[in-house]
Design a protein around this ligand. Structure first.
Ligand code: CA
Length: 537
């Protein structure tokens, strides 16, 4: 496997720094606050954390608009705090992935200001047309920003207009303003962005979640140039200077392109239409919904397509949630449903990523949350402060509520850590158990085989097998709120086995193997993870 060995059993916990824990009482979470909560994170049983950006930034996109890749925004702390966070995490056996945002900068970045002024080499570090009257033609027009600078040209932006795209070159340039990837100034940007990575690894970071990793090089049919960039990063930075365990996960969402075995180690899979059919389809049409009107087949077809093409080259990570999506708890979810989706996250191949607060069932807040720093709905309702206790501001901050970066969910019954720590059957405790099972069960390792057993269109349950040889587990999910019963033929490799004791699950589920067939009976909203062993000869 072309991934660091530690990722085989690893789970990553995503932290949104501004709303995790506020150590100095100014209403905004910070790096010392994360350090203060490392014991809690360790207690979950996760192996690593991913921090959303904490770079110097004008904060028009909550830090995804970087003004200095080598600096920490003062509201989060400073470089010494970052260094201490890495060291304190390592002391607890936790690794730290930071967000690397290679595709663009803030318009306030000194490089962009130098680019506007036409200074070498920065003049070519952003994508400019050659005249303020040239919009680049139909393919580019929509993302060209006009009339905002004195430079006689228009610049390409990636997302918001204040995020000018960095210029990694065009693999097949076809207009005069499009520079090739081997243009000397473009290559100087490549070198600089490798230097950024080396800087943070030297400071103690263990890897990167890479923002929009698939789109930094343009007109790149077959993804050859972009794979070259990430391969060079791996050779020259991630695996250089004695480093062995650096882990990178792409926000690309096309694993069969992203994972080549010699570049990026992992890719999220969430920007495909069928992802929506898993958890968030409207009107209860998601597969994981108690209405039982979902269909797993579209997602599974896409998943297997990427899985088979990328197997052995890296991990596919299916997030339940992140800072860009609505929370998995839409406000209607029951704890047993939330346990089920986490069991899915923790039983699929790849590296599971857990979004802060989902482990206690924090709710998506309605769109009344004020827009701040580019957090438009529905992002805003998923970025509210972590709920630690029933104290002031749910224990997130000692600041007056009006000073908080985002409002706290203070509805009656809003979940918090302190209460769930005391309840042995809470969602938090059940997810802790699942994390422990995931970490110790060979059949659930990241690259252990995935074999669908029963996954029919418009039907429940979903049953698949993980692992091979001596270590195989069957996993069944029945998210529908009605019992199911049935049977199907098993693949030959699985047919001559006996069902063992279940290692995780909820509700009444029975599985039986007889004469090469699997028979199941499962109550509503249930799941089971159970080893199946070869029969004694
Ligand atoms: Ca603070």
């Amino acid at each position: 496997m072309n991934t660091p060995a530690w990722t085989e059993t690893s789970i990553v916990y995503e932290i949104y720094p501004q709303t995790f824990y506020d150590a100095n009482g100014d209403g905004i979470g910070d790096l010392p606050g994360i350090i203060a909560k490392l014991d809690y994170i360790q207690s979950l049983g996760v192996d690593a954390i991913w921090l959303n950006p904490f770079y110097t930034s004008p904060m028009k996109d909550a830090g995804y608009d970087v003004a200095d890749f080598y600096g920490v925004h003062p509201r989060y702390g400073n470089l010494d705090d970052a260094r201490r966070l890495f060291a304190e995490a390592h002391a607890r056996g936790l690794r730290v992935l930071i967000d690397f945002v290679p595709g663009h900068t803030a318009a306030e970045h000194p490089w962009f200001q130098a680019s506007i002024e036409g200074r070498e080499p920065f003049k070519d570090w952003y994508v400019w047309t050659h005249s303020a009257w040239a919009d680049g033609g139909e393919a580019w027009r929509a993302k060209m920003v006009h009339g905002m600078t004195p430079r006689n040209g228009n610049y390409l932006c990636n997302f918001f207009a204040h995020q000018p795209a960095l210029n990694y070159g065009f693999a097949q340039p076809d207009q005069e303003w499009q520079l090739p990837v081997d243009h000397p100034n473009v290559q100087k940007l490549w070198a600089e962005m490798k230097k950024v990575q080396r800087f943070w690894l030297d400071l103690g970071a263990d890897g990167f979640r890479i923002d929009m990793a698939g789109s930094i090089i343009r007109q790149d049919a077959g993804h050859k140039a972009i794979r070259r960039f990430w391969r060079e990063c791996r050779e020259e930075i991630w695996e250089a200077d004695g480093r062995q365990d650096v882990f990178t996960v792409a926000e690309w969402s096309w694993p069969k392109a992203a994972l080549s075995g010699d570049g990026l180690h992992a890719d999220f899979l969430h920007w495909i239409p069928s992802y929506q059919t898993l958890f968030r389809a409207p009107e209860g049409k998601a597969f994981f919904h108690r209405k039982g009107q979902g269909d797993i087949s579209a997602f599974l077809k896409d998943y297997l397509d990427h899985y088979e093409a990328s197997r052995g080259h890296g991990h596919i990570c299916i997030p339940l949630g992140n800072h860009d999506m609505s929370r998995i708890n839409d406000g209607q979810s029951e704890p047993r449903e939330l346990e089920l989706v986490h069991a899915f996250l923790l039983s699929m191949p790849g590296v599971p990523f857990l979004y802060y607060g989902d482990e206690i069932g924090m709710r998506q807040l309605p769109d009344v949350v004020p827009t701040r720093e580019g957090c438009y709905p529905t992002r805003s309702g998923a970025r509210t402060p972590m709920q630690w206790s029933d104290e002031l501001n749910a224990g997130f901050s000692s600041a007056p509520a009006a000073h908080l970066w985002a409002p706290v969910d203070n509805a009656p019954g809003a979940p918090h850590v302190a209460a769930q720590e005391k309840d042995s059957n809470s969602l938090l405790q059940r997810i802790r158990h699942l994390i422990a099972v995931r970490g110790s069960e060979p059949a659930l390792r990241a690259s252990a085989a995935f074999t669908p057993v029963f996954a029919e269109p418009n039907a429940y349950p979903l049953i698949f097998a993980r692992g091979e040889g001596a270590d195989v587990a069957l996993v069944l999910f029945n998210p529908a709120d009605q019992a199911v019963e049935g049977s199907c033929a098993l693949p030959a490799e699985l047919a001559d086995r006996a069902v063992g004791q279940r290692i995780a699950g909820t509700g009444a589920v029975t599985l039986r193997i007889a004469e090469g067939r699997l028979h199941w009976r499962a109550g509503g909203v249930t799941y089971t993870i159970v080893p199946i062993n070869r029969k004694e000869a």
